[in-house]
Design a protein around this ligand. Structure first.
Ligand SMILES: [Zn+2]
Ligand SMILES: [Zn+2]
Length: 236
């Protein structure tokens, strides 16, 4: 049987999920998880028939420590291009992240707690610094890396948040939406820097040929659910 491309491999790293995408012409990673998990990423790639040497690009959806924690160790083991939004490249270079604001009572409580912890123990939001190779500030096609897809800036969770849209409609959104609640919803992220901007990014994604949303926290879900949540929140 011939393999169907793209092959999407979710690599669950406890707090967040890294995705590997393999196409006929190349392979990429989306995000690099919490610190200390590079070996787990490499092991998962091999187990799924993707030699880490084939990964030509890592796209960072945004510079929060749970998305870039193992990036330095990974690219040291298997050098490849690192793409990040130009607005967050300096955070990546400094090895630090800024905690976003809560969008709900629970989110605000969670962030209040994390901010207090980060004040006492700054290393909880720090990670090993990385110099990015590709600065994104607009829609960017990935064909040069053998990937039939593109990166689209989708700010809101952070100013430099990116989504990756594959030609088959699979879309990786980082923390622009979540799906980790056991009872199934909501998908609105509990934390975000700019809620009106986030809604604009949802709208922008809904105008694209998107089929399945892959959040970094929780299970993939059909785009219809994003549309319903968008309509509910924007209903006057
Ligand atoms: Zn985040
Ligand atoms: Zn996250």
């Amino acid at each position: 049987m011939k393999a169907e491309f793209p092959i999407i491999v979710p690599i669950h790293l406890g707090k967040s999920t890294v995705f590997a995408v393999r196409e006929r012409g190349g392979a990429m990673l989306i995000d690099a998880g919490i610190p200390g998990r590079a070996d787990k990423i490499i092991g998962a790639l091999r187990k799924n028939g993707i030699p880490p040497e084939d990964i030509k690009l890592v796209v960072i959806t945004h510079v929060h420590y749970d998305h870039v924690g193992s990036l330095a160790a990974y690219v040291k083991a298997f050098p490849c291009a690192v793409a990040v939004h130009e607005k967050e490249a300096s955070l990546l270079k400094e090895g630090t992240s800024v905690l976003p604001a809560g969008t709900s009572a629970v989110g605000r409580m969670m962030m209040g707690l994390l901010n207090a912890i980060a004040k006492m123990a700054p290393w909880t939001i720090q990670f090993m610094a990385v110099d990015a190779d590709v600065m994104i500030n607009r829609e960017t096609f990935l064909h040069a890396y053998g990937i039939s897809g593109r990166v689209l800036p989708t700010p809101g969770h952070t100013a430099g948040s990116l989504s990756v849209i594959l030609e088959n409609g699979a879309t990786f959104v980082g923390d622009l939406a979540v799906n980790f609640y056991p009872w199934g919803g909501p998908i609105f992220p509990p934390v975000a820097d700019d809620v009106p901007q986030l809604m604009k990014s949802w709208q922008a994604l809904l105008a694209q040929p998107v089929k399945t949303i892959y959040p970094a926290h929780g299970r993939p879900f059909p785009v219809a659910r994003l549309r319903r949540a968008y309509e509910k929140r924007t209903k006057v």
